[in-house]
Design a protein around this ligand. Sequence first.
Ligand code: PRX
Length: 667
Amino acid sequence: MADEKTTQSSNAPANTPNTIEALYLEDRRFAPPTEFRKNAVLSDEDIYARAARDPEAFWAEQAEKVHWFKKWDKVREWNAPWVKWFLGGKTNVAYNCLDRHLSTDRRNKAALIWEGEPGDERVLTYNDLHREVSKFSNVLKGLGVRKGDRVAIYMPMIPELAIAMLACTRIGAPHTIVFGGFSPESLRDRINDAQANVVITSDGGWRRGAILPLKKNVDEAIAECPSIKACVVVERIGAAANITMHEGRDHWWHELMKGISQVCPAEEMDSEDPLYILYTSGTTAKPKGILHTTGGYLVGVTSTFQWVFDYRDNDVYFCTADIGWVTGHSYIVYGPLSNGATSLMYEGSPDWPDKDRFWAIVEKYRVNILYTAPTAIRSFMGWGLEYPRKHDLTSLRLIGSVGEPINPEAWMWYHEHIGGGRCPVVDTWWQTETGSILISPLPGITTTKPGSATRPLPGIEADIFDENGNSVPLGGGGYLVLKAPWPSIARTIYGDADRYAKTYFSRYSPDVYFTGDGAKRDKDGYYWLMGRVDDVMNVSGHRISTTEVESALVNHPSVAEAAVVGKAHSIKGQAVVAFVTLKSDGANMAPAEKIAELKKHVANKIGALARPEEIYLTAELPKTRSGKIMRRLLRDIAEGRAMGDTTTLADPGVVARLRDKYEAAEQ
Ligand code: PRX
């Protein structure tokens, strides 16, 4: 059984006294601009009180706004920790994202604007997207995919990725999308856990002018995936990808699509039928397959997209995430399209071919709403104002942030230099497990403070608890919890319901969802997120488990033991730092070479995103008398802090020796 550790001990929140003081000195306030407020989708504060008075009625009212083949019989059934929403309702998420708009003026509106690499572009109207999705749905059926079967997707950010996921959704086959930066091994493990029958990929992807070998990775992965019967390959690169197609197993996307019917009615799905599985890192080495279901997720992403981004029909909306993460699922594809929005999808990096690429895209498509991550914003700050200043950004009217705490300086820079001082900033807190945004300003209502995600959205019952489960009064800090379920909450961890209950609902009681995040609430009741309190790191907005990286390291033949911590990093938020002891025969090369080899090993095992920034070879690791590695002390060492309590150490001298070594290496 997976053992989720949700204690504070090894990875306490990054809330040193100094940063907390700084928050309390933060007195800048930004009220919604009058013009914005006047036209905003939501401008009446009363929505919070209304939702709090009767959350079920409130969510039912939101559910009325999407299409149901058959309306639900019951809004919610809650047997903590298990919950169901809109019981008995029949709907289809792809129908809501496509068919629903065809009988409206949106029929010929751009659904997806795609900006590719190198310089490719494509626009798909709702009508186009509906046709392509219907055709690919028939392709999947032709390959034997039936309702309930899982389909793995490992693709670059190209329109076929959105088409593939909507096709799965249309026929009721849960997709599991694996970010293209993951290694073949990570892909293999996810496919095997989900027992997917089909995998969809491309011959490769473009990344800063280089080719990502996606199909080759798939070949390597599925050599050990007995459940896979077919592999569909989009031709993105051409001959330069130099791939091999395996007779009988591999099929070209364009060949399968030739001449296939464009009629495929959407499957009527039960509200609680699975929609997708998305793997995310927990505190053990094995990623968790977060399972989202149909009705509640649809209601969650549809309403929050409209509220938080204040979406209006002529807006062009650009979310810079990759669809391989939950942000892309909920806020590039499902939330925007179910609202009939124009969603811009970009294949490449922010600095390719130059560091002004995002701003060039904003100018080119007259983007109105931009949603990006603090790590990107901090990079932009470092690159300098010359890049945004080269472009006309006056089309922007709202800008958002997601993925990690945004420091007040980054917030201010974003507000001033990208938002031109006129755009509300929405700092949105949520997780893969929450499915949709839970804490965020409402841009026409909320006065923002730089660095605070402000308040829980209407219908969300958040709180901050102390160790013992008491609500911490305003002005205090503790653990962020959610005291009642919301429609888009993940229903389980695929194949491991026990782990779900244990991870999220055992810290306090089965009716309290434990987020794993530390937070403070100021005297106005505003939430300030402080980072993870468990063994999960947040590197450039990506969740990485310390245990997963440790497992990768000890898998190397020269490594005896490894301890991994996240260290504060000015651009990435956190960086991976590893302390490694080698086996006696492991020191068979110069330390610098060994370190380079180990970094590469982690990247090969998990993916480049997990590559340690720093590795320290050491003769010993600090352990408690019961043999547990004290990561908290290692974090103190890595961040150059005064040491916490070391009385439980078996050998207190270890820390001093380690610190001396670390400091020597730093110089
Ligand atoms: O620690 C929080 C941080 O990201 C975690 C969730 O990661 P993931 O499931 O990968 O989803 C990321 C995108 C929704 C959270 O537990 N996090 C996310 N958004 C914020 C944040 N921390 C502070 N402020 C945010 N706005």
